[in-house]
Design a protein around this ligand. Structure first.
Ligand code: PLP
Length: 350
């Protein structure tokens, strides 16, 4: 760091994104991207917009929000869009974290980073021993609440009824439900938005809609919460979603049947891979996401991660309390999962 950095950032510990190695071809199962490319219509729409890049994009993203509103069964004023859902999470902690924030001890690592960057006081609530969220610990907490559902990196999901209980038990604060993985088998809380003014549902095009590289996330809530997020967007960067991404998002929604079909393929691949890993002696958490969280007594989590990388298979290992024994394995194509299983077999036999 330079000698010019503001003192309040000296101790800031940035988030570590999953590796995106550019040196060689890996079987890449480490950042929960879709193994399937976007639909041809998405590529066409984005390419057409590339010829208009001399012009600023629509800062209200009206067409994209209308398409999302139609897809989610809400109105345009219920929809906020941003440059990846990460930006939404950041803005939400900024806007709603005034009384502090609460989130699980094991969850998406960015929540803590945003709180530290923003000076939002936070408290981590331990998951139960089986890694599930204990809803009883989320009643009347006195601050904003955030959790991923399904949670990351565990893949475990709460039912909509359970989440509703948490929303109802915290009427004085925003409950942010991060549904990045919801299309892989969990119950979305979108239907609850019209009932609760403190519920903010956040989703992304990165995982289930094959657009991680385009950077597009969205949130659904009652209009007052959406206005608050827009207040921050229009105080920072109103043009946060570029023309190509807005067009790609609209086209991706037009092809959403294909996206959801891809999700069903990934779910089938996930269940098959989980079964094979269990046969090999792994303990695999029941996943409602596009990844598996697994451990075995036969080799430590860090050792398995390194041995797989040597064999050209990238998974994600978190050197963190309670979970350092595990690896998070993105569900890829059936062929990629075959390569994973073959590599693990060779490692355990070697
Ligand atoms: C991937 C992920 C995000 C970020 O998604 P982007 O839209 O790509 O920024 C947010 N939350 C969770 C839990 C994720 O896993």
């Amino acid at each position: 760091m330079s000698r010019f950095l503001c003192e309040r950032y000296l101790s800031l510990e940035a988030y570590t994104p999953g590796e995106q190695p550019q040196d060689m071809q890996y079987v890449k199962l480490n950042t929960n991207e879709s193994p399937y490319p976007p639909s041809p219509g998405v590529v066409e729409a984005a390419t057409a917009e590339a010829g208009r890049l001399q012009l600023y994009c629509d800062p209200t993203a009206a067409k994209l929000r209308d398409a999302l509103a139609a897809r989610c069964g809400v109105k345009r004023e219920n929809v906020y869009v941003a440059n990846g859902s990460d930006d939404i999470l950041y803005f939400a902690f900024m806007a709603f974290g005034g009384d502090g924030a609460f989130f699980p001890d094991i969850t998406y690592g960015f929540y803590k980073v945003y709180c530290e960057l923003l000076g939002v006081r936070y408290e981590k609530i331990p998951l139960k021993d089986d890694f599930s969220i204990d809803p009883a610990q989320y009643a009347g907490l006195g601050g904003m609440i955030a959790f991923a559902n399904p949670n990351a990196p565990t893949g475990l999901a709460l039912s909509r009824d359970t989440v509703e209980g948490i929303v109802r038990a915290n009427p004085g604060h925003v409950v942010l439900v991060d549904e990045a993985y919801v299309d892989f088998g969990a119950e979305s809380c979108l239907p609850l938005v019209e009932k609760y003014d403190n519920l903010l549902v956040v989703q992304t095009f990165s995982k289930s809609r094959s657009l991680a590289g385009a950077r597009l996330g969205f949130a659904v809530a009652q209009p007052a919460l959406i206005d608050d997020l827009n207040r921050i967007k229009f105080s920072t960067n109103p043009y946060d979603i570029n023309r190509m991404t807005q067009a790609a998002g609209i086209a991706a929604l037009a092809a959403d049947e294909t996206n959801m079909e891809n999700c069903r393929r990934i779910i089938a691949t996930r269940e098959d891979a989980a079964r094979r890993l269990r046969q090999m002696g792994f303990e695999v958490l029941p996943s409602s996401a596009n990844f598996l969280f697994a451990r075995t007594d036969k080799i430590g989590g860090g050792d398995l991660y390194r041995a797989l990388k040597q064999r050209g298979v990238l998974v994600r290992h978190f050197d963190a309390p309670r979970i350092s024994d595990y690896n998070r394995i993105t569900v890829g194509t059936p062929e990629q999962m075959d390569a994973l299983i073959d590599a693990i077999t060779a490692i355990l036999e070697g």
